[in-house]
Design a protein around this ligand. Sequence first.
Ligand code: ATP
Length: 299
Amino acid sequence: MTLKINNVTKQFGKFTAVDNLSLEIPEGQIFGFLGANGAGKTTTFRMILGLLDVTKGSITWNGDTIGYKDSDAIGYLPEERGLYPKLKVKDQIIYLGKLRGMDKKQVLTELQGWLEKFKVPDYLDKKVEELSKGNQQKIQFISAVIHRPKLLILDEPFSGLDPVNVEMLKKAVVDLKNQGTSIVFSSHRMEHVEELCEYLCIMQKGSPVVHGSLKEIKRSFGKKNLFIHTDFNTEFLKRQSGVVQYKETFEGCQLQIESEAISQAIFQELQGKGFVRKFALEEPSLNDIFIEKAGASYE
Ligand code: ATP
């Protein structure tokens, strides 16, 4: 059940929104799709769903070209949310479930399970317009998963949610993954991707600039972060060779260094200068990698 994007290009007139993209979304994994605004994420999702035609290339699911025949196996949470405000939650989800080939009883059983999971069991008979934005998003999420899709595409699923609801939705996503659902999600929040995804792709202007497993991406980036807390001034480290970036922090400093080996020279430099409370070498964050590779400043 692998989703393969093979040399896909999408042009809108002369503008290339997706440029010769090739990706393989591993089965039963959560795949993170990152990129600055306008990088081509939503366009790629729409092509996977068959809402937009590819200009060149192909998208296959299980070896076959993906199309409307697969829509019962796919769930989609679009970036622009689209529920009917005047309809009751129950009626809305029953309608969508029926479109996916379910009967009313099946939908209601699933829906009640989800509402309980999301701690809103009394929402069945509420109109969508009566719900807060965050709670509407939970209903929208349920509408994407009600038919137990094998492939779930989530366009910024956590935007606009409070921290408690973010955790609730994250847990739902992880549970679905553990039940065997393949999930692709886009996000501008690096910490969400870092926490959830084993594999990811960073897009820039329609092409992937980084692609692969998170561990491997971090390892091959080479640069590391060094956190130092001291009772003396460490500004002299700015001029130390191999130090790419120096930031003062409340308790000391944070350095980005070219490679692990540089940390040893820095360790030597600190000797005899005073008390060192912390000296910690850490992997680069996804945010560091994103900023360097996609060249944008991020929240
Ligand atoms: P965001 O993070 O802002 O949601 P994105 O990565 O999802 O961005 P897309 O929505 O895929 O980006 O857009 C990619 C590019 O394609 C943008 O420059 C956008 O203006 C352009 N684009 C998207 N849809 C169309 C369209 N229907 N007609 C013309 N240009 C389009």
